[in-house]
Design a protein around this ligand. Structure first.
Ligand code: BDR
Ligand code: CA
Length: 311
C-alpha cells in the first residue's frame, strides 16, 4: 500500500478526495495536513477532522498548517462555492479526535524521514505548506516519492480570475517555488478536472451505497447548485478527487513533462500557470502535466469507491 498524505482545505471536493482515499486499498492514508484556502484554516482543520470521523477513521492524524499565503494576503475566499463552513452547509458530527499538536510541516517532515517506503503527497489546496516544507526541511522534501497536486491550468484559463485557477491564485509565490523545484510533481489542473463531472445519477448511486455515501452526496448539493448557476454545468466538477485518483492509481491520467512557472506579478495574470507547451524553455523541469483523462472512467471509479465505504 502506498503511504499517502493529503494536504487540503476542505472544501466539498476535498471532502470527496479524503473519502476516496479512505475507500481505496491501494493507499494507506497516514496523515492529513490542512491549509488556508476555500475557507479559513480553523474551519478547514475542523472539516478535515469531521470528514475522517464520518468514515470512522478519526485515527488518521490531522495537523494544521499555514493560515495564510507566503507573501500577499488573499482578498477573498471561496465560501460562495463551498458554503460558509466549506462543506456545502452540511453539519457533520464533531470528531472525538483533536488536532495533532505538531505544525503541518513538522508532522510531514517527520513522516517523510521515518517512512521506509516513498510517500505520495497529494496537495489539493494552496501550496503554502509544501513551499514551507521545501524551505524549512529540504532533506525531508527530497524524500517525497510523488507530489500529485490539484491546481493550475495549461489550456483552459482560470476559474477564479480569467487567468488563475483557485489553488494557485491563493498563493502564487508558493506554487512557483514548488513548480520550479526538483520535486517529482504531477500537475492535475483544470485541463483534466473541468471535463470530469459527477452528474446527478452518479451522486444518487453514491447516496444509495450507505450512510457515508449519503452524507457525501448531501455535501455536494450546494456546490452542484453553484456550478449549475455560475457555469451551466450539470453536476459537480470533482477537481480534488481526480488528483487523489492519480495518487491512488498512478497513470490514470496521461501526462507530459513540461516547464511550468507561475505569474507572481500583481497584474491581471497573477496566479496563472505558464505551461511551456512548445518547449521554448530548455530549463529542466520535474513537472508532469496531466493532459488527458478518461472522465467517465474516473467518475465511475469515484462513485463505486465512495458508495462502497462502510466505515
Ligand atoms: C480547487 O479550488 C478549490 O475551490 C477546490 O477545492 C479545488 O481544490 C479547484 O480550482
Ligand atoms: Ca481544495
Amino acid at each position: 500500500r502506498i503511504p499517502l498524505v493529503i494536504d487540503t482545505d476542505p472544501g466539498v471536493d476535498d471532502a470527496l478526495a479524503i473519502l476516496l482515499a479512505l475507500a481505496s486499498p491501494e493507499v494507506d492514508l497516514r496523515l492529513v495536513t490542512t491549509v488556508h484556502g476555500n475557507v479559513g484554516l480553523a474551519q478547514t482543520t475542523e472539516n478535515a477532522l469531521r470528514v475522517l470521523h464520518l468514515a470512522g477513521r478519526s485515527d488518521v492524524p490531522v495537523a494544521a498548517g499555514a493560515a495564510g499565503p507566503l507573501v500577499h494576503p488573499v482578498p477573498e475566499r471561496a465560501g460562495h462555492v463551498h458554503g460558509v463552513t466549506g462543506l456545502g452547509g452540511v453539519e457533520l458530527p464533531p470528531s472525538p479526535a483533536t488536532v495533532d499538536p505538531r505544525p503541518a510541516v513538522v508532522a510531514l517532515a517527520e513522516l517523510l524521514m521515518s517512512s521506509d517506503e516513498p510517500v505520495t503527497v497529494a496537495p489539493v489546496g494552496p501550496l503554502t505548506n509544501i513551499a514551507l516544507l521545501l524551505a524549512v526541511y529540504p532533506e525531508a522534501a527530497a524524500r517525497i516519492g510523488r507530489l500529485v497536486f490539484m491546481g493550475g491550468s495549461a489550456t483552459r484559463g482560470g476559474n477564479t480570475t480569467a487567468a488563475a485557477e483557485f489553488n494557485i491564485w491563493a498563493d502564487p509565490e508558493a506554487a512557483h517555488a514548488v513548480l520550479t523545484s526538483t520535486l517529482p510533481t504531477v500537475m492535475v489542473g483544470l485541463d483534466v478536472t473541468l471535463p470530469t463531472v459527477l452528474d446527478d445519477a452518479g451522486t444518487a448511486r453514491m447516496a444509495a451505497g450507505g450512510p457515508i455515501g449519503a452524507r457525501a452526496a448531501a455535501i455536494l448539493g450546494h456546490y452542484a447548485d453553484f456550478a449549475r448557476t455560475a457555469y451551466g454545468v450539470d453536476g459537480v466538477v470533482v477537481h480534488d478527487a481526480l488528483a487523489v485518483t492519480e495518487a491512488i492509481v498512478p497513470g490514470t491520467l496521461t501526462t507530459v513533462r513540461r516547464d511550468v512557472v507561475v505569474d507572481t506579478t500583481q497584474g491581471a495574470a497573477r496566479g496563472q500557470t505558464l505551461v511551456d507547451r512548445r518547449r521554448v524553455s530548455d530549463r529542466p523541469s520535474a513537472v508532469e502535466v496531466a493532459e488527458r483523462v478518461d472522465s467517465a472512467a474516473a467518475v465511475e471509479f469515484l462513485v463505486t469507491r465512495i458508495a462502497g465505504l462502510t466505515g
